[in-house]
Design a binder for this molecule. Structure first.
Ligand code: ADE
Length: 258
């Protein structure tokens, strides 16, 4: 997968994306992540990326030109490796219509991070993890020129019902959630099967050594060695925890079954 992030704060990303599992995913060539400074695409001599809103109102609005040009340049350069028997044999350009035509992406998906977007969840992470090329635009200030939404953006995502200072942290949250789902990124395949939200259940309680910590004992069933018994305890605990903490998840499951 290839991920491009367009931002006015490029320095925010390295400390997060160049650590831990996302760092390893890049080293293993499972994902290629590139950060683009929006100011490098402005035609304004002062590198201005925002302006006052038409019709008045407080705050500034991100202008269309640098974003249109950044997305167009990224799309024109988006080549993906073509593999044969695991080896890269060539790089093929991702087919995409010119932005000026008004047509949205084919090979690349453009995502705007903003509070008005669809609330991000695990199902969206799973869907996005199957894309070949994602371009994230980090929203800012009072908003973004609506023509960016109309012509360039394929999908708008919010990470929750609260307002942050910009789309940078949301972009990192979404990238982290997506990258760990790319096949081969997490070492232990099982860790994806039993985690929270799989099957719309929260994760069951986990314990590790010692079995008795300062008089607080691990549930006896986990020490019995009977894997069937343990699995059924874990399932029951996951259900119990979901019922008390997130009953809404169980309703979603029922609705999906109907
Ligand atoms: N920008 C500001 N707040 C945001 C949020 N909650 N989600 C995504 N982008 C944002």
């Amino acid at each position: 997968m290839r991920i491009d992030i367009i931002t006015i704060f490029p320095g925010m990303f390295a400390p997060v994306l160049n650590e831990s599992i996302v760092k390893r995913a890049q080293e293993k060539n499972k994902v290629k992540i590139k950060i683009h400074d929006l100011r490098e695409f402005t035609q304004d001599k002062h590198n201005k990326v925002d302006d006052r809103p038409f019709g008045g109102g407080s705050g500034m609005v991100l202008t269309a030109q640098p974003i249109f040009d950044a997305v167009a340049k990224i799309k024109s350069q988006s080549h993906l490796p073509v593999r044969q028997a695991g080896k890269v044999i060539t790089h093929k350009r991702i087919p995409t219509p010119p932005i000026a035509s008004g047509a949205k992406s084919q090979g690349s998906k453009v995502v705007l991070l903003c509070p008005q977007g669809k609330i991000f969840d695990q199902a969206m992470a799973k869907k996005l993890s199957k894309e070949k090329h994602l371009i994230f635009i980090c929203g800012h200030y009072e908003g973004i020129d609506e023509r960016v939404r109309e012509i360039v953006v394929d999908e708008e995502i919010s990470i929750g019902d609260y307002v942050l200072t910009g789309g940078e942290l949301p972009a990192m949250v979404v990238v982290d959630a997506i990258v760990r789902l790319i096949p081969g990124v997490l070492g232990d395949k099982n860790s994806l099967n039993f985690e929270s939200f799989e099957g719309n259940l929260l994760e069951y309680p986990q314990y590790t050594r010692p079995a008795n910590f300062r008089g607080n004992k691990v549930p006896g069933v986990l020490l019995c060695g009977d894997h069937k018994k343990i699995a059924s305890w874990q399932k029951a605990e996951a259900l119990k925890r979901t019922k008390t903490r997130r009953p809404d998840l169980l309703t979603v499951k029922k609705q999906r079954r109907q």
